[in-house]
Design a protein around this ligand. Structure first.
Ligand code: ADP
Length: 460
């Protein structure tokens, strides 16, 4: 059965409170009953001793058994619920409560057992007679038999026990109510923000990515959950923007060159302009650019789709980097850029073609985004269990707010600028897809106007 978290927590608190309070109450009650019974038994024993002492004192005072004194002692004992019988050392009866007043004796025993039965319904009658020697100056002068209920609880004893039980019941009740109130407050403190999180995440799942949770909480896990959901909403919003831009960008990227080609060709057909070699070259450049774009998209699609088609071989990474630098020589020399390369002559076990693509994309970006007369530094060295490649330039740099998105496809920092440089915002997405497919990492550090450093790590 599915229950609301609030009910569940409050019920658990109440259950724990009830179990604890009941356990404490039952334990305390049983301990008190036990100790009180011991106390009552001792009290009975000391009452018996006191009767014996009184009889010894009487004998000593009179130098013999004095009937009237013994009767006073026996009668007082009877008032207190003790049935006394005294014999001299010749075993002759001196005084016996039954003979003195049989009716009173019966009454005393009846009243006591009625009182006990009324207060303790499970009480079992256990009338006990105990015999004691009476000695005066170390000489046996007689014996006394004392009959009583050893576990008899007087009116005061019963009252005391009842008061104790009441205190126990009241304090248990107060503890239970306090536990339920505290439980309710704590539960409310947890459930309220969770309900808010649930409401907002429902809205986010419906596509309202601009929703944020502004609840302040003092529970670490809940606080982390809220931060994560807010981050998730932020990143979903960014993804949604990128997705919306994607279709727009693809059609835009294709539309501009296609329209320009169409217009030029129509003008050729209509004889408005002369189809010269130069004009055909411009059309041809446009077609090459379109072809490049489609190929880049194809590559990206395949790299992102499947990580299993990696064709690993061992190759000299330094040689590959050096060859690529040489191929780009005319490009960077045209911009008067210096490229330096430090190489530890390292071997890498990876997909050679794909790693080549990574180096090409990083170096071509470095050249594209470095101004005339700039510097590019490439370093290759051993790192952990693999190789690290650093491509550092002192070019235009990347603004902080764009850094986390440059690996998204079609993301360009400055669209007008990159269109001029021919970039479509796919190069770094390809690099990231290849590095990911090798379980490697790529990081970027950049300062606007100062330059950019890309660090790629691929394990061997
Ligand atoms: P593009 O084909 O537009 O260069 P990329 O995916 O290669 O696309 O790069 C995405 C964006 O990242 C670029 O538009 C550019 O603004 C920025 N960028 C990439 N490399 C560099 C760099 N070395 N220096 C400055 N900006 C860079």
């Amino acid at each position: 059965m599915k229950l609301k978290l609030g009910y569940k927590l409050t019920l658990s608190y109440a259950l724990v409170a009830i179990i604890s309070v009941l356990t404490v109450a039952l334990l305390a009650n049983s301990l008190i009953q036990n100790h009180f019974r011991q106390y009552v038994l001792l009290k009975g024993e000391s009452a018996n001793k006191s009767i014996v002492n009184d009889l010894e004192r009487s004998y000593k005072d009179f130098g013999k058994w004095d009937l009237s004194s013994v009767q006073d002692i026996g009668s007082e004992a009877l008032d207190n619920g003790y049935i006394v019988g005294v014999k001299n050392n010749g075993k002759e009866e001196i005084w016996d409560a039954h003979e003195y007043d049989l009716y009173r004796c019966g009454n005393v025993i009846h009243n006591m057992s009625e009182h006990m039965r009324m207060n303790f319904p499970t009480w079992k009658e256990n009338y006990t007679v105990k015999n004691y020697d009476i000695t005066v100056d170390d000489k046996l002068v007689g014996t006394v038999s004392i009959g009583s209920f050893p576990d008899y609880y007087s009116e005061n004893d019963v009252l005391y026990l009842k008061t104790l039980n009441k205190v126990l019941i009241y304090s248990s009740f107060i503890a239970l109510v306090a536990a339920i109130i505290v439980g309710f407050l704590v539960t409310n403190n947890i459930v309220r923000p969770i309900s808010k999180v649930e409401k907002i995440t429902k809205n986010i799942s419906k596509g309202n990515y601009n929703q944020r949770i502004d609840e302040k909480v003092d529970t670490v896990e809940l606080d982390n959950l809220i931060i994560s959901i807010n981050d998730l909403a932020k990143s979903l919003q960014k993804q949604e923007d990128i997705r919306k831009n994607l279709t727009k960008d693809v059609s835009h990227e294709l539309k501009t060159p296609l329209t320009s080609l169409q217009i030029t060709l129509e003008a050729f057909i209509d004889g408005i302009i002369e189809p010269t070699k130069e004009r055909f070259s411009v059309c041809y450049e446009e077609i090459l650019r379109l072809n490049r774009l489609v190929k880049d998209l194809e590559k990206l699609y395949s790299y992102e789709q499947d990580h299993s088609d990696i064709n690993k071989t061992k190759f000299n990474m330094g040689e590959i980097v050096q060859n690529i630098i040489t191929n780009f020589e005319s490009e960077y020399k045209m911009k008067n850029i210096t490229v330096s390369f430090s190489n530890d002559n390292l071997t890498l076990n990876a997909d050679k073609d794909k790693i080549t693509q990574v180096i090409i994309n990083l170096l071509s970006n470095a050249i594209k985004y470095t101004n005339e007369g700039g510097n590019i530094e490439i370093r290759l060295f051993e790192h952990k269990t693999g190789i690290k490649l650093i491509v550092k330039d002192n070019g235009v740099g990347i603004p902080d707010e764009d850094k986390e998105y440059i690996f998204e496809r079609f993301y360009r920092v400055d669209k007008s600028r990159t269109r001029l440089t021919g970039g479509a915002g796919i190069g770094l997405s390809i690099v990231k897809a290849i590095v990911d497919s090798h379980n490697g990492t790529i990081d970027v550090e950049s300062k606007e106007g100062k330059g950019t450093i890309f660090s790629v790590y691929i394990s061997n």
